[in-house]
Design a protein around this ligand. Structure first.
Ligand code: Z5A
Length: 230
């Protein structure tokens, strides 16, 4: 089976009037900044919005998050893959699927499957097939209705990290080649899931980035004709 054929097995959850969204990008792309704006906007439109982060979001997942991001020694890429997938499966079953069952809910993930494709698949060289094959059991076959990939060049990521001046975690210590492989991985993921992944120019001003996101959110809501405010 080709990776395109495997990719077709991944589907968004079907809960009428509720939506699953994710935000992706390299460090400093602006995910957290834009997620807060999207949350406020969707709440104004009458949705109930939950923001969840990966890895993490459950007590089990938060322990895995600490284990990975605070690791002082290298973790094998296959171990990384299974740690992220474990955190994901738990978050989907413990929180996401239950919450989406409540009408007019939007779940926003800060990182999801495409992070695994970019980080473990591309930058850690496991390949896309290994990542997708490890996600073929439910609930890991679920993908968001829309994914916003905030695209920024590697040098801007470094500039924003420097400005923030926070201690570097496990992945932030990696070099230029690692970051370039992440960008290549996100491009490849966008080509594999062209309808789901929307590329947004994350190098623009915060307000201009959000304008692009808002237009796509409006389209999604209008297309499904289910504004709770109506
Ligand atoms: N990981 C993985 O390897 N595999 C997986 O499957 C998953 C994750 C799920 C989680 O880190 C790590 O786990 C991550 C990948 C790996 N690697 N790392 N490191 P995290 O969640 O702790 O960190 P992050 O996702 O990279 O978050 P971040 O660095 O905070 O980036 P961000 O949320 O995209 O950016 P931000 O906080 O919104 O903005 C960063 C700074 O830029 C901040 O000072 C802003 O004020 C500024 N900013 C934001 N937007 C703009 C614009 N438009 N103009 C100017 N300045 C801006």
């Amino acid at each position: 089976m080709t990776i395109e054929e495997i990719a077709k097995k991944f589907r968004p959850p079907a809960f009428p009037g509720s939506y699953f969204l994710s935000f992706e990008g390299i460090e400093g792309a602006g995910k957290s900044t834009q997620i807060l704006k999207a949350r406020d906007y969707l709440e104004e439109k009458g949705f109930r919005v939950l923001v969840l982060r990966e890895p993490g979001g459950t007590s089990f997942g938060e322990k895995l998050r600490q284990a990975i991001l605070n690791s002082q020694s290298p973790i094998h890429p296959v171990a990384e893959l299974h740690l992220f997938a474990s955190s994901r499966a738990q978050l989907l079953s413990e929180v996401t699927l239950k919450e989406l069952g409540i009408p007019n809910t939007v779940i926003i993930y800060d990182r999801y499957l495409d992070s695994t494709l970019a980080y473990q698949g591309s930058a850690r060289s496991l390949g896309f097939e290994a990542i997708l094959q490890s996600h073929t059991s439910f609930p890991l076959t679920l993908v968001p209705h829309l994914t916003f990939y905030l695209k920024i060049p590697v040098n801007l990521s470094h500039d924003r990290q420097k400005m923030r001046n926070a201690p570097k975690d496990y992945f932030e210590k990696q070099g230029q080649d690692f970051y370039q492989a992440l960008v290549d991985g996100y491009e490849k993921a966008s080509a594999l899931f062209p309808e789901r992944i929307l590329q947004v120019n994350g190098a623009q001003d915060v307000e201009d980035v959000f304008l692009d996101i808002k237009n796509h959110l409006d389209q999604l809501i209008l297309e499904n004709n289910s504004r709770p405010e109506n």
